[in-house]
Design a protein around this ligand. Sequence first.
Ligand code: PMP
Length: 408
Amino acid sequence: PGRRTWEAIRGDFPVLAQSIHGHPLAYLDSAASSQMPQQVIDRLVWYHSTQHSNVHRGVHTLSQKATQAFEDVREKVRELINAPSLHECIFTSGTTESINLVAHSFGRAFLQEGDRVLLSALEHHANIVPWQRICQEVGAHIDVIPINDRGELLLETLDELLTERTKIVGVGHVSNALGTINPIAEIIERAHAREIPVLIDGAQAIAHLKVDVQALDADFYVFSGHKMCGPTGIGVLWGKERWLNQMEPYQSGGDMILSVSWEGTTYNGLPHKFEAGTPSIAAGVGLGAAINYLQGIGFERIAAREDELLQRASARLSEIPGVRLIGTAEHKASVLSFDIEGVHPHDIGSILDSEGVAVRAGHHCAQPVMTRLGIPATARASFAFYNDDEDIDRLVAAIYSVKEIFGV
Ligand code: PMP
């Protein structure tokens, strides 16, 4: 059998077949949450219909089935990112929890008064605020790798910013606000030259690029299921055992212990040490189906398709008078931020929605990026492999409607 066409693949996504305000849906907000194919939905139904139970504690058959299904996903995750070992792959509720866990537990183990944490100017609030809190707690400071006007990190500043007091670097693989693909391999190499570990926020990369944590030599890599065609409520923290073993648990309770008495408690080993309580089992199983689905298409094919959509949409939008593309990095993923002279991005978003075109408008949880670029917000169209040329046509037509309504 030949490869499935993009049209057939689009047909896997039932949500795309609906009308919004009387128009067929053009879903251009996959950077916020991607959609789930029928294969993932079916897997969720199957789990809920035949396997639902609690994991890791049951002697009964159903619990063993749920445990098997959930643990099989851990192996899929390991394979997806080429992690060296299974117990380094920890399930969380998403990127936000993964980063909070590292900031809290790594921070308490390794950050002291006067130490420094190095982040980038492109970070999502999820990779800023947890660090601000731990830094405040211990009296440490945050440094920031600056960007140029195109939204690219200025790596020439790195040698100065990697100080003797820098204990960890946190950088996004791909910017959710501008789409910039950051040179994380180089950042990791240069941080490691000074023995500083690096956390990569892979929320925007995992569904679009092939990730190999061993080739990158990252120390932590985190992502969310709902941005890779899986359900909400499940995410991953991968970390090198060397660091994870030196970190205290984040949350505590059932499953993360070996034994508990009134005199004290001993903790379970990895990964359970960081997985207190009942996890999002169904969502985890759904994530496994999503990984299978994406691997079935192939990450190289997905990246090429999305790049094609991005290039086409960028060219079309840059021809529209008054439309300005924001974030013009040389290496970009399929995120297209823009504004229209004389129109607030929220009004762009509302008018586009009235024509069935779903985009994001706002600061994209990256307010420091907006401040740096001197704008309050952008409208953001983000593309996934299931989008098509018609979605781009619809976006362009809706932008002309905005211009007409505002007379710009
Ligand atoms: N980092 C980046 C780069 C993101 O795009 C997002 C989601 N917008 C997050 C972190 C947070 O992810 P979640 O809301 O799934 O925890």
